[in-house]
Design a protein around this ligand. Structure first.
Ligand SMILES: [Zn+2]
Length: 257
């Protein structure tokens, strides 16, 4: 491999329609050496741990996505904790708050997020956070509970003020395909404002394909296009963004350099 290497910090290989082995091979060919695949409930988290066990360079996150927390009961953490003990599980995620799709069980979402913050700290795993129309509340909950040592805000869409607050908590900030969308100048502003040692890139595949693949199923190989869009926003060479975001990902997920 002579070109730059990339690290896709957030995707859902359990949800891709194609054969995971083929998707991973295409990522490799594009220079993507590492991929974190995250579950959204117990079965998908289990599937992610199996994919991580099967494929080199694939790592897993285990959690209940906020949209899957309706009727949350504190005993639900047990299955996630057990999965977190599997080898190659680097994260509790994706967890968080989503007030965009359904606000009828905000209380369940908040109790689940609090439980996931606690798990990340107890198990010394990186917390991967999803927010949608809920960043202020998520930051407040992290402030109240005390943030885990290593945390990632995935698919950043927040304001510069919230960005400062997240950085103050020690967070790493990950950008997804929407950083390349024409109508998202505020995401590019944030990508420019993130310090070099806190910047990450991701695909969130199979969702949110970057330009020029928008509208198609996304896959980890396209993290290269996300990184190139971030590089344009930061007025930096893509190679530099590749090198620093890959090094940052290894640090935040506790992998050897
Ligand atoms: Zn996701």
């Amino acid at each position: 491999m002579t070109g730059p290497t990339w690290f896709d910090t957030h995707c859902h290989l359990h949800d891709v329609e194609a054969e995971p082995g083929e998707v991973i091979a295409r990522a490799r060919a594009a220079g993507v050496t590492d991929i974190v695949t995250l579950g959204v409930d117990v079965p998908t988290s289990r599937r992610c741990t199996r994919l991580a066990a099967e494929f080199d360079g694939v790592w897993a996150g285990v959690a209940y996505h906020p949209s899957e927390t309706q009727g949350w009961h504190h005993t639900w953490t047990a299955d996630i904790e057990a999965l977190a003990e599997e080898p190659r599980v680097v994260a509790i995620g994706e967890s968080g708050l989503d007030y965009h799709w359904d606000t009828s069980f905000v209380d369940s979402q908040q109790r689940a997020f609090a439980a996931h913050i606690g798990m990340a700290k107890r198990l010394d795993k990186t917390l991967v956070i999803h927010t949608r129309d809920s960043i202020a509340e998520a930051l407040e909950m992290l402030n109240r509970a005390g943030a885990p040592e290593r945390l990632v805000f995935h698919c950043w869409t927040g304001s510069i003020e919230h960005l400062e607050e997240a950085l103050g908590l020690g967070a790493y900030i990950s950008f997804a395909g929407n950083v390349s969308y024409k109508k998202a100048p505020e995401i590019r502003e944030a990508a420019k404002a993130v310090p070099a040692d806190r910047l990450l890139v991701e695909t969130d595949s199979p969702y949110l394909a970057p330009e020029p693949y928008r509208g198609k199923p996304n896959e980890p190989a396209y993290v290269v296009a996300v990184g190139e869009a971030v590089a344009v926003a930061r007025d930096q060479a893509a190679e530099e963004v590749a090198a620093m975001s890959t090094a940052n990902a290894r640090t935040v997920f506790g992998l050897s350099p």
